[in-house]
Write a protein that binds this ligand. Structure first.
Ligand code: NAP
Length: 292
């Protein structure tokens, strides 16, 4: 078990920019540990800890929001031009704060296609898709920002409320088989816990600016879908071969199948000692099944 004792009741104040799926999971956990967490979204809502930030509409938070902020986590993807929305709108403001740490959620898409081979942080990025080139550009913007930034490269994120179960229930599931194709994944709870674990180890920021957060077992989509049908007690329909299915896929959906890689978590889990809560899709999906 990872021990978060030193975070309890501390005076850290977090800004979570982009409180979507991962951001809201993180903010809930960090509050439970006694920290303050303010979260952004693009529209007003009733949450008193939430504020509006929309880089496209030039809506930026007022100065009061930034008072006493020690930590920032950005979960916002690149803008349409491929730049980072947070740095574009808030760099000057963030520079003036006495920040201890800035986290940026990136993607393992920056590694491109390794034809099924393992890929780690020491490998050179080789993005294939425009969106991954944009992402790599944002990573560079953060690294050059002068802020104490740590970048987390994430594969497919899932968790309660966003998993294969929802796709099955909403009849949006596509069961596609492509020989030797694997995907890496990460349960949202492990993103949160790994980041908090790393925050307690200050040397991890000094020596490791880029860290993959992925589970131990990349595998095919079919294995994941089959496991969900089994848990639901339903029979999985017959898969379609990728070559057939691709005619029906949107260009973006097709592009996901053009990349085949296994994302290594050795830096996080072996060198830095983080213990995954959900080592593989079976453990993670069981949690989704019980909580959705
Ligand atoms: N989903 C995946 O499988 C996956 C895999 C790897 C990496 N990632 C990346 O990891 C990060 C977190 O992923 P997620 O799935 O948790 O994200 P998410 O649920 O899609 O949330 C993204 C957040 O960014 C906010 N946002 C988007 N554009 C914005 C802008 N121009 N100005 C201000 N706020 C903006 C959204 O605001 P609203 O709340 O108002 O919508 C939302 O809160 C993202 O950068 C994502 O691209 C995702």
């Amino acid at each position: 078990m990872n021990n978060f004792a030193s975070f309890t009741n501390n005076k850290n104040k977090f800004l979570i920019l982009g409180c979507g799926f991962s951001g809201s999971f993180f903010s809930k956990k960090i509050r439970k540990l006694g920290c303050t967490a303010l979260t952004s979204s693009r529209s007003e809502n009733k949450d008193p800890n939430s504020f509006v930030f929309d880089s496209e509409k030039d809506i930026v938070p007022n100065d009061k929001i930034f008072d006493g902020v020690t930590h920032v986590l950005s979960c916002i993807p690149p803008d349409k031009k491929g730049s980072d929305p947070v740095l574009k709108s808030l760099h000057n403001t963030l520079e003036r704060l006495p920040l201890e740490w800035v986290g940026y959620l990136s993607t393992t898409g920056v590694y491109g296609n390794t034809k099924g081979d393992w890929v780690s942080e020491i490998d050179n990025p080789n993005p294939l898709q425009k969106r991954s080139l944009n992402r790599l550009n944002c990573e560079k913007e953060w690294i050059n920002s002068g802020l104490p930034v740590q970048i987390f490269r994430l594969p497919g994120i899932y968790g309660p409320g966003r998993s294969t179960f929802e796709a099955i229930r909403n009849q949006k599931i596509r069961i596609i088989s492509k020989k030797n194709q694997v995907f890496s994944r990460i349960h949202v709870a492990d993103i949160t816990n790994a980041i908090i674990y790393l925050l307690q180890n200050k040397n991890s920021l000094k020596f490791h600016q880029i860290i993959n957060i992925a589970d131990d077992e990349p595998c095919s989509q079919i294995e994941v879908i089959q496991y969900c049908y089994d848990l639901l007690g339903l029979k999985m329909p017959k898969p379609m071969l990728f070559e057939e299915a691709k005619k029906q896929l949107s260009p973006i959906a097709q592009s996901f199948w053009m990349e085949n890689r296994r994302v290594s978590n050795k830096l996080l889990c072996e060198k830095l000692g983080y213990k995954l809560i959900y080592k593989n899709y079976k453990l993670g999906l069981k949690n989704c099944y019980l909580n959705s």
